[in-house]
Write a new protein. Sequence first.
Length: 139
Amino acid sequence: MHYLSQLIFVGILGVAVFYFVRNIKRIRRNIFLGRNWEVQGTPAQRLKNMMRVALGQSKMVTKPVAGFFHILIYAGFILINIEVMEIMLDGLLGKHRILSFLGPVYDIAIGFFEILAFLVLLACVVFLFRRYVLKLDCF
């Protein structure tokens, strides 16, 4: 009976992975519908640009309010996924709070993740308000 919850978790995880892979295939197919493009610049230049724009969110911070909330959502997406990985490990191994051996660091991290999750939710509400109530031009 102890393993039943793990089996249910693995089953649900399997279904989720199936849909995830199916969607990745769909996205990949759509990407390959595009036309070829000659890549410009050296690999080092392209990597630097990718780090600045994608990871550094440099285009988002040109507008202070929107930039702040974009950074908040971006950080939330990256950091909260650490907690999601722990939840997946907990489900697969049948444990609870598998990383709690980290002691106070773990407690601080979980508290931070909870606050960040609330702030991400708040940022989403702000963006919805800006788009559908204030009808700001987003582009």
